[in-house]
Each structure stands twice: as C-alpha cells, then as structure tokens.
Design a binder for this molecule. Structure first.
Ligand code: NDP
Ligand code: 2IT
Length: 449
C-alpha cells in the first residue's frame, strides 16, 4: 500500500489479496477505499471490533453461470455470466451489466465494490452489485444479441426481483439489450415487474433522462468543482474519452454549460475537432450506425482521426475519462498536467490508475473519483424505480432538475467530508469516507449477518 496506513488497514488489504488471488482490479479498488478509511476507524472502534470493513469487502453472494447461444450461422458459443451481489445494507442490489470480452470475476467485483459506496452517495435506498459477461457484442446482429440476452436471463432471472436485485446497463449494454433482457424475464416469470431492470425504453417503463444521466451528471459534478474555485465551463477546452453512453451525454452537457469538447475516442483511436464535437454526427455514427469513431472524421472536415495513440495528448483544461478502467496512466497524467489541464473528472469507473491520481495530487489538479462523479446514472435508475413503484412518469425537466440537485449534493457532501476529516479538497477521501459511513452504519444496525 502507498502512504502511511495503520496495521489494521494493511492487514485487511493483505487478507483481501490473499482470498481473491489474481483479481487485480478488485485489489486496486479495495486499496483505494482502505487508504481513506484509517481516519474513520480512528473515530469508530465499533467498526474494528465488528470487522465491518472486512464484511463489506466480502460479497454477500457471487453467481457464475454458463451462457450457451447460437450465432446466425448455427455455430454454438459458450460464454460466462456473472452477477456479484455485493452489499444489500441500504437496499436491493443495484448496478449495471457489462458485456465485453475483458469481463472476468475480478472486474465484476471491482465494479460491484465501487457501486456500494457510489450508491450510498446518491442518498437513494439501493445496495451494490454488478454483473455481466465476456460476450463481445461487436459485429453481432440484433438477432444474435437477442439470443444471447435470452440465454443470459434464463439463468439470471431466478436471482433478480424489484426488492432483490435490479440490474441496468454498463459497457456493451444499452436500451436494446435491456429490452431483450426484460422481455425474457417477463416471459419466464409471467410478471410485468417494471422495477426489476432500469434503463428501459421510454414507452414501456423507462424514465426520462436515464439515457443522458451519467454523462450529464459528470458534467454537473465538474461544474460544481469549478464553482468552488470561482470558475466555470465558459470557454474551456474539454476532452472526453470514449464515445459511448457516458461520453456522448457528457459532451452534450459540457456544450450546454458553455464548454467546448474538442476530442473523443473509441478503442480504435480518437478524433480531434477544434470547432467542438458535432453531436448530431457523433450520435448518428455511434448510436444509429454503431460504427467506429473514424467515421466521424470522414464526415466532419474540421476534424481529424488519430489511429491508436492517446487522447490525453490533446491539450485541454478539463479531462473527463469515460471509456474504461485504467485508461489514463501516470504518463498520460503527466502529459495532461504539462499541457495545463486543471480538472480531471471520472465519467468511467476507475479510469485513472493510482499513479495518475498521485500525479494529479502532486500537480494540484482537481480530481473527482468515478464513484462520486458518475453516480448520476445509478441515481436516475433509482428515480426510475421510484416512478415504476408509483406507476408514475415524470417530465424531462423535472427529472433533470432532480439529477442536478443530486449531483451538486454529492459534490457538497464529498467536499465537506474531506474538510471534516482533515484533507480539504481531497474528493477521493471525501467520497470514500462519506459513502462508507452510510453503509457501515446500516451494516452495524443489521447485526452480524
Ligand atoms: P458504452 O459501451 O456505451 O461505451 C464504452 C466506450 O468506451 C466506447 O466508446 C468503447 O469503445 C470505449 N471502451 C470500452 N472499453 C474499452 C477498452 N478496453 N479500450 C478502449 N476503449 C474502450 O459504455 P458506457 O458509456 O455505458 O460506459 C463507459 C464507462 O462508464 C464504463 O467504465 C462504465 O462502467 C461507466 N459507467 C457507466 C454508466 C452508465 O450508466 N452507462 C454509469 C456509471 C459509470 P469501443 O466501442 O471501441 O469498445
Ligand atoms: O456503473 C454504474 O453506476 C452503472 N453502470 C449504472 C448502474 C445502474 O444501476 O444504473
């Protein structure tokens, strides 16, 4: 572990590594939280006595299952499905499903662990969980994706329920997949249980602003960070990695708040457009055609495509990494700093490596961790559950106002908690401590379970 950490925290970390061999992303996520918790354990001996931290580090349930399906040519494929029901102290397990070839148990556990504290920060009654599969949706037809989703849900349904476990989207899972998953759940259970999945289509139980929520929320969070320093998005250059659900709507809100997003990416490379990314073209390329990012540059003369390479070489004032974990390392962080970047706001989950976060700290770059800055997605999922439970649907304006209020509230709480615990401006510590305190209090109240 880095920095000074008391023996008790080091011991908990060593045990997590020992019990979860090879799950490096999970170790990384646990370590980052534990490094913040020494100050809490100093004030709460009951959490040490009752091994509250150790219990939170151990998932309540981990489900791994076979997902067989047939492609359009009749070839049989076997994928692996996961659902880690991490913690239900604050509500039913809640968190997305990721379909990406890199998915393994360690990645699902890191995401589920982060989700516990993120969900607590939203102030909504939701526990933490995550799931997914190593299925690669790229290049697959709608019919193949549908058959995969049906096979996946044929096992997963028995573990779900609006009061038990409520999945949503993540990488590779959007409205199309949620539709197929919901259809199969309904068919097997013979129940129209709207609240069992979030991110549904607007015509059948989905909520306004859920599609936009994570990206909009990250931009609202960045705006709140700037306001504390007497600054704003006005005229600022912004780079946003990825060009999926989070990135597209982060860019949209950045533009609405007066900033100019000049670059975005996918796994093939990045585009730079000094005029500001044209969202109509980006949405057409990514949401409608599901094409590669190079297609943007073919259509927009003011832009250029850089194959491979690092989007973080593009000078900016604000960086919003919104693709995947560990996409921004220490070297990229140094380049950002040298080019004058002042704010880094995580739209993705854990996109900055620990080395990158250290570089930001040393360079005085304001940094927001994903569990705070990207909480707008799951918060709006909880609003979707609330609307489903009351058989109501809110307007776009009302839903967006709620989202903005929640994001500014999370920022204020992380900021205040960092001050209260002696690390002013450290939003990593503020988010970890504030989220942990809510979860730990509930865990403690429920007795030794
Ligand atoms: P999408 O599948 O919509 O988009 C993902 C984007 O990131 C794509 O542009 C993709 O490029 C790129 N990407 C993914 N994996 C890699 C990789 N290994 N290397 C390079 N690029 C990659 O996912 P989302 O936008 O929903 O999710 C993005 C991040 O935000 C994830 O970390 C997710 O956990 C997090 N998040 C998502 C929320 C949501 O509501 N959707 C809520 C909170 C966090 P390509 O298409 O080429 O693979
Ligand atoms: O990482 C996340 O917070 C998500 N993928 C969204 C989870 C949700 O349940 O809306």
């Amino acid at each position: 572990m880095n920095g000074h950490v008391p023996a008790v925290v080091q011991g908990i970390y060593d045990e997590v590594v020992q019990r979860n061999r090879g799950e490096t992303e999970f170790h990384q996520a646990v370590r980052e939280v534990l490094e913040s918790l020494a100050v809490v354990l100093d004030r709460h001996s009951e959490y040490t006595e009752m091994k509250t931290v150790q219990r939170i580090c151990e998932p309540e349930r981990q489900i791994i299952f076979r997902v067989p399906w047939q492609d359009d040519r009749g070839e049989v494929h076997i994928n692996r499905g996961f659902r880690v029901e991490f913690n239900s102290a604050l509500g039913p397990y809640k968190g997305g499903l990721r379909f990406h070839p890199s998915v393994n148990l360690g990645i699902v556990k890191f995401l589920g662990f982060e989700q516990i504290f993120k969900n607590a920060l939203t102030g909504m009654p939701i526990g933490g969980g995550k799931g997914g599969s190593d299925f690669d949706p790229k290049g697959r037809s709608d019919a193949e994706v549908m058959r995969f989703c049906q096979s996946f849900m044929t096992e997963l349904y028995r573990h779900l329920g609006e009061y038990t476990d409520v999945p949503a989207g993540d990488i590779g899972v959007g409205a199309r997949e949620i539709g197929y998953l919901f259809g199969q759940y309904k068919r097997i259970t013979n129940r129209y249980e709207s609240g069992v999945l979030t991110g549904k289509g607007l015509g059948w139980g989905g909520a306004q602003v859920r599609t936009e929520a994570t990206g909009y929320g990250a931009a609202f969070f960045a705006d709140a960070m700037m306001k504390v320093r007497g600054e704003s998005f006005d005229g600022r250059r912004v780079t946003v990695s990825g060009s999926g659900n989070v990135a597209v709507y982060a860019i949209e809100k950045v533009h609405q708040l007066g900033g100019r997003a000049v670059a975005c990416s996918d796994s093939t490379g990045y585009v730079v457009d000094e005029k500001g990314i044209d969202l109509e073209v980006l949405k057409q390329v990514k949401e409608v055609e599901r094409a590669r990012i190079g297609a943007y540059a073919e259509r927009v003369p003011s832009s250029s495509f850089v194959e491979g390479g690092s989007i973080w070489d593009t000078p900016c004032d604000v960086a919003i990494p919104s693709a995947t974990q560990n996409e921004l390392d220490g070297d990229a962080a140094s380049v950002l700093g040298r080019n004058g970047c002042r704010y880094v706001v995580e739209g993705a989950n854990m996109p900055a490596t620990p080395e990158a976060v250290r570089v930001f700290r040393d360079a005085g770059i304001a940094f927001a961790p994903g569990k705070a800055a990207n909480a707008g997605g799951v918060a709006t999922s909880a609003l979707e559950m609330q609307q489903n439970a009351s058989r109501d649907s809110w307007t776009f304006e009302h839903s967006e106002a709620r989202l903005e209020e929640i994001m500014r509230g999370i920022h204020a709480r992380c900021h205040a908690t960092a001050e209260e615990y002696g690390s002013p401006g450290d939003l990593v510590l503020g988010a970890n401590v504030a989220g942990f305190l809510d979860v730990a209090e509930a865990v403690h109240a429920h007795g030794l379970i």
